[in-house]
Design a binder for this molecule. Sequence first.
Ligand SMILES: *Cc1c(COP(=O)(O)O)cnc(C)c1O
Length: 361
Amino acid sequence: MARVYNFSAGPSVLPEAVLQQAAAEMMDYQGSGQSVMEMSHRSKVYDAIIKECEALLRQVMNIPEEYDVLFLQGGASSQFAMVPMNLMTGSGKADFVITGQWATKAQKEAARYGQANIVASSKDKTFSYIPKLDKSSFTPDADYFHICVNNTIYGTLFHELPDTGEVPLVGDISSCILSEPLDVSKFGLLYAGAQKNMAPAGLTVVIVKKSLVGKAMDITPTMFNYQTHTENGSMFNTPPCWCIYIAKLVLEWIRNQMGGLEEMGRYNREKAKILYDYLDESALFKGTVVKEDRSLMNVPFVTGDEEKDAAFVAAAAKAGFVNLKGHRSVGGMRASIYNAMPMEGVKALVDFMKAFEMENK
Ligand SMILES: *Cc1c(COP(=O)(O)O)cnc(C)c1O
């Protein structure tokens, strides 16, 4: 069996130990005689899985008691509407920092339901940096303040969170959830599509302060109201059962194999440093993001020559480094190095890049 090094931005690589355990339990989950895919979500055996998954997420992320954890569907993209429908009901205003396509989509969707102010943007330089924020531009009575914490396409990360005072901070953490410790208490709400760093596609995790739930707009569809799901333990309807099970295995892997989020973060920083250090010294490849805002998870880079970029992507794929083609809006390459990408994978990629550079001087 030959496994490639998969640098896909999402859906993306999962830990091999998790895939193996899922395979081993595929036909008969713990003596139940069924696959987790086949069992009733109301069964005792499944109830233990979803409860354990929530308990693990709370433990690993250190989520305070006053937050609800929801396992939903619809992707992070549904949250672009769900957040305003549930939260934009006081002043009807919210603030947005535009750091890429996902933040833009969140702002555009919110503008359908209220006043979605843009307080800063890095569009002028293809989102290659996190804009400096001026607190005097914030809306004091906003219902929330939205940021995309890690920008998957452009490879930037908010290394420091904005201080929004009393205004609840809302964070899209689709591509950085579980990558390093995060102070949940600084946020009113966090959401993530799980397919980047946590589970297969189909699961959306929402972590919401309980005090923010229960104020949805009247027009809010039942399924889009957080209260529907907080009151039913994410079991109002059929949850994405299989994805939640895999998320549980991933969380066990992070806690038991990787040593928790402090250690995971250390590992990810070391991994990213190997790649960034090489990009900084290479005469052929260079990173596209300003140094202080670099993501630990998504690393875009270019040669400056589209033909060379294409040749590199093709040669890399042949050598077993796949999904390195950059997003069409940035061009070049992007290596997504999520939790499950091992250190050896990044070292092997850098070795391959060095050899490619030697041959293409
Ligand atoms: C992938 C991604 C999304 C979209 O997620 P879906 O689950 O496909 O809707 C939104 N925000 C960020 C930061 C992402 O990386």
